[in-house]
Write a protein that binds this ligand. Structure first.
Ligand code: RB5
Length: 160
């Protein structure tokens, strides 16, 4: 699988570990940065880079790491087509894909240890959307909300 990854300073060390682990698993990793530890960098631009890689089809899924996973997921979920969630357990990491078609996993380096993080990543990567009718229906409802928001946003632009 082709996976885009990113982190700010708060997740930089864990991102490096995850990148290596993903490659060992046979995945293609697109590293959207940070490329070095910069204590003053901010998470939104890495969320943007990973989200855009998914939206453009350059990556099938993404993984973001910040201190808590929270900021990275909040920023990523602003992008249409992105379904990001913070998962610090293996159940959520695979069930989020199977039921909710989650395409971006977010984790906090200050929350999980290296070995648990690898197991979470493994669960996320192995999982596939079930395609069950009830999940397709719910996903459709989520997408309808997204379209409604975009319509409002575009309407505002036209009026401006
Ligand atoms: C950065 O110190 C930290 O706030 C950030 O990595 C993240 O945890 C935000 O949610």
């Amino acid at each position: 699988m082709r996976i885009a990854i990113g982190s700010d300073h708060g997740g930089f060390a864990l991102k490096s570990i995850i990148a290596k682990y993903l490659r060992e698993m046979g995945n293609e990793v697109i590293d959207m940065g940070a490329q070095s530890f910069v204590p003053s960098d901010d998470y939104p631009r890495f969320s943007k880079a990973v989200a855009e890689a998914i939206i453009k089809g350059e990556a099938e899924r993404g993984i973001l790491v910040c201190g808590s996973g929270v900021g990275a997921s909040i920023a990523a979920n602003k992008f249409p087509g992105i379904r990001a969630a913070v998962c610090h357990d293996t159940f959520s990491a695979h069930q989020g894909v199977e039921d909710d078609d989650m395409n971006l996993l977010c984790m906090g380096q200050r929350v999980v240890g290296e070995e648990l993080a690898k197991e979470i990543v493994y669960s996320f990567v192995q999982a596939r959307f079930s395609g069950a009718e009830r999940h397709v229906r719910r996903l459709g409802e989520v997408k309808a909300i997204e379209r409604e928001f975009l319509k409002e946003k575009n309407k505002g632009r036209q009026e401006a």
